[in-house]
Design a protein around this ligand. Structure first.
Ligand code: TXA
Ligand code: MG
Length: 323
């Protein structure tokens, strides 16, 4: 059921059940982060492997300090600059966080999301919320309540509707390696923005994972994938090379004249990368429903949000996580 009643979300979460919640990045599938059984339900509903840890959402630094050991000074500077917002920090956890949340790691991923409904919800709950994106594992992340409903509606009691996610791409994840900050996942806050606050921070790109090797969390190559295969490159060239097939197109600012308009999605007529990021996952949902042979999609200049969009598109187009 979709609705916007915070009191209803509180009742359900307090009974240790799950609720889908809006955030500025994507919708999350939330449960009491301090209760093992509630968190188990998230993994079951999403069909998510237990090796993949969750992000814990909180609303103040004081609540955060009840479940992490400390925030290093660099983490504090990042928190000041970007919270509430799409930044996730990996911090040493206290024992109160069940091991299932972190897949047995000593660190827990945390963030203060920037969405009024969810901040109000968090402020009225006596516990933080563990929440991965509210999609089936491996499929496209949801940026509207309707996306969540399509994938998980029959499995969850309530979807808190907070409208379309304003950022549209997941949070940027920063951890510490020998006390130095490292970007583990590119996200809504760009590497350039992070570096402008604390100096250059490197990004560790997902490595191709060998068959049989332990899956590093969140770093499988295939992710965010529609069912329809995606071909990436110059749209006109892709069209010419593949026109014997039925094609749909993801376009930046204007459509291709060779393909019917309703088989295309224009990310940003104004050529704004921010708008393109916000619309990216909704575009993939829309085009996937057309059930074409292929979705053709462009790559963006490799900087700022363009790089983040490219990373999501490349992962969405990787056909085999183990190849
Ligand atoms: O924007 C977001 O971050 C959204 C909203 C709902 O907050 N959440 C989200 O969650 O994208 P999810 O589960 O789809 O992605 C979380 C990522 C995964 O790649 C996971 O492996 C990584 O965070 N992660 C979580 N805890 C970790 C830890 N302790 N160490 C390393 N990676 C961790
Ligand atoms: Mg996800």
């Amino acid at each position: 059921m979709i609705g916007n009643e915070i009191s209803k979300a509180i009742t359900i979460l307090t009974q240790n059940e799950v609720v889908a919640i809006p955030t500025e990045t994507v919708y999350g599938l939330a449960a009491n982060a301090l209760n093992e059984a509630s968190v188990q339900a998230i993994f079951t509903i999403k069909k998510r492997p237990r090796t993949s840890p969750l992000i814990v959402h909180t609303y103040t630094l004081s609540q955060l300090l009840t479940f992490v050991k400390e925030i290093p000074p660099i983490g504090e500077r990042l928190a000041k600059a970007f919270w509430p917002g799409p930044l996730t920090l990996l911090l040493e956890k206290k024992a109160i966080i069940p091991d299932i949340v972190t897949a047995n790691r000593s660190t827990v991923a945390v963030r203060i999301p920037n969405h009024p409904l969810t901040l109000e919800l968090l402020s009225k709950l006596p516990f933080p919320l563990a929440a991965p994106s509210a999609n089936l594992f491996g499929y496209i992340s949801p940026t509207t309540a309707e996306h969540v409903d399509e994938q998980l509606g029959d499995k969850i009691p309530y979807i808190l509707d907070g409208g379309s996610s304003q950022r549209g791409l997941e949070s940027t994840i920063i951890g510490f390696k020998e006390k130095k900050p490292v970007i583990y996942r590119l996200g809504s806050i760009t590497q350039e923005e992070i570096s402008s606050v604390i100096g250059f921070v490197p990004y560790l790109p997902p490595q191709k994972i060998k068959k049989g090797a332990e899956l590093a969390p969140g770093r499988t190559l295939q992710h965010y994938s529609p069912h329809t295969p995606i071909l990436l490159g110059n749209l006109t060239d892709l069209y010419q090379a593949n026109k014997v097939h039925r094609l749909t197109a993801l376009c930046f600012d204007r459509p291709l004249k060779e393909i019917p308009l309703n088989d295309q999605f224009i990310l940003s007529p104004q050529k704004s990368l921010k708008e393109a990021a916000k619309n990216l996952f909704a575009a993939l949902y829309y085009l996937d429903k057309k059930e074409a042979d292929y979705i053709i999609a462009p790559l963006f200049p490799e900087e700022g949000l363009g790089r983040v969009i490219n990373e999501r598109l490349k992962r969405a187009s990787a056909t085999n996580a183990f190849s």
